[in-house]
Design a binder for this molecule. Structure first.
Ligand SMILES: *Cc1c(COP(=O)(O)O)cnc(C)c1O
Length: 415
């Protein structure tokens, strides 16, 4: 048993089952599980004493290409020996290359690189407001978002999502942010007015509980935006980059946004985010409008380029669709066999939500007891966000482990 900093052992059963581990020197904003990993390989994570876990959360949709992916490792090593960082006042060839890849594959004409998802959202919101300002409509500042959304933790992002628990205690709400119920077209129409700048939405809500927006709603959103001269911002930070079985989730609906925030899988674990925009939507963002010290540095771009080579591959997307079909079938069966535990199956592709009757935190522990890692989610869901490279064999194993977790949950409900 190897004790580590917090003064507990990762293998001790009692420690593993403790609800949270207080840390003396880390700001207490996370309810952490006392599990510490030292190594990963593909969809496996290994604790310091070599215990293996099947990772079906992938760092919340970040490690889409698995842990220690050889191509990403090589890209980091090669670039680390050459150049890590220069300022954005210089030309960064890696940035131009990655921006070309992203714009070639999408609706977008231009890209701003960030270090996180929330910064990509921040850039998206600023870009939308600046667009209207530059066109002589400075009053158009309102960003309409949706209940249950998540856009990150900057002040603008928490105001855009409107989640009360993320806003509490941080001063008055910022002006210019409105929320309506997810998928409620009439409420959305009613919220639109002369000061509306943009609508921001996740095509599949992640943290909110794996809720997928029907394609018809996505097309309706696009029409509404066009009708009123409003910009459509998609937050594809979690559902983008292959997770739904297409490179971006909005492709299922056959419409495109004006602005899109991307991150998570883009660096495969290295912090890289991006705000993509059409030339028109980005027109207000001129020299001096925005910036970032680290955003788009050579090291980040090298990893992003290597990741995009894989994420953009049709073979990987086909694999995601196949796995998604398998999971959907299996989980439907699981819901039939455990109607007392599983209330609903949601999501799209490999962003899967199991809405539960038992508390999701308990269920996550039951899964961990089976050495399976799943993420929590809103509306009492657990989310499966496995690496896109998960094998069918590993998918079968995940289903078996989930079934065992359901048995435990059922026994607890009965007892
Ligand atoms: C994770 C996430 C964010 C925030 O990304 P960070 O990198 O944590 O800032 C924003 N939007 C969505 C949909 C996300 O899943």
């Amino acid at each position: 048993m190897l004790p580590f900093q917090g003064g507990f052992s990762v293998t001790e059963k009692t420690a593993t089952q403790a609800a949270a581990v207080p840390s003396d020197h880390i700001m207490g904003v996370y309810n952490r599980t006392p599990l510490a990993f030292e190594r990963g390989e593909g969809a496996r994570l290994f604790t310091t004493d070599g215990e293996a876990y099947l990772d079906c959360m992938a760092g919340i949709a970040v490690n889409a290409l698995g842990h220690a992916n050889p191509k990403l490792v090589q890209a980091v090593k090669d670039q680390a020996e050459k150049l890590w960082h220069v300022s954005n006042i210089f030309t960064i060839p890696g940035q131009e290359k990655l921006a070309k890849v992203l714009t070639d594959l999408t609706f977008a004409d231009e890209v701003f690189f960030t270090n996180s998802g929330t910064e990509a959202v921040e850039c998206a919101i600023k870009t939308a407001r600046k667009y209207h300002w530059a066109r002589g409509n400075p009053e158009r500042i309102d960003i309409i978002g949706f209940d249950g959304s998540f856009h990150g933790r900057t002040l603008a992002a928490v105001n855009a999502s409107g989640n009360a628990s993320y806003l509490e205690g941080f001063g008055p709400r910022m002006p210019g942010f409105i929320q309506v119920p997810y998928g409620d077209h009439e409420a959305l129409k009613a919220a639109i007015g002369p000061t509306t700048a943009a609508i921001i939405i996740e095509p599949v809500q992640g943290e909110g509980g794996a809720r997928a927006l029907p394609d018809v709603c996505m097309r309706g959103l696009r029409e509404l935006c066009d009708e009123h001269g409003i910009l459509l911002i998609l937050d594809e930070i979690q559902c983008g980059l292959g997770r739904t079985g297409k490179l971006f989730a909005h492709e299922w609906a056959g419409v495109t946004p004006d602005i899109m925030a991307v991150a998570k899988a883009l660096g495969g674990g290295f912090p890289v985010g991006a705000c993509l925009a059409t030339a028109e939507a980005g027109a207000g963002m001129t020299v001096g409008s925005h910036g970032s010290t680290y955003g788009g540095n050579p090291l980040a771009m090298a990893v992003g380029l290597a990741a995009m080579e894989e994420l953009g591959s049709e073979a990987l997307l086909a694999h995601v669709r196949e796995l998604a079909g398998y999971f959907h079938q299996q989980f439907t069966g699981l819901k039939d066999r455990f109607p007392d535990v599983v209330a609903d199956i949601r999501g799209k592709g490999l962003l899967i939500g199991l809405k539960l009757h038992t508390p999701n935190r308990d269920f996550m522990q039951h899964a961990r007891d089976q050495h399976l890692l799943v993420a929590g989610g809103g509306d009492n869901c657990v989310r499966l966000l496995p690496p896109l490279t998960l094998t069918l064999e590993e998918a079968r194993e995940a289903v078996e482990k989930l079934e065992a977790a359901c048995e435990t949950a059922r026994a607890k409900l009965a007892g």
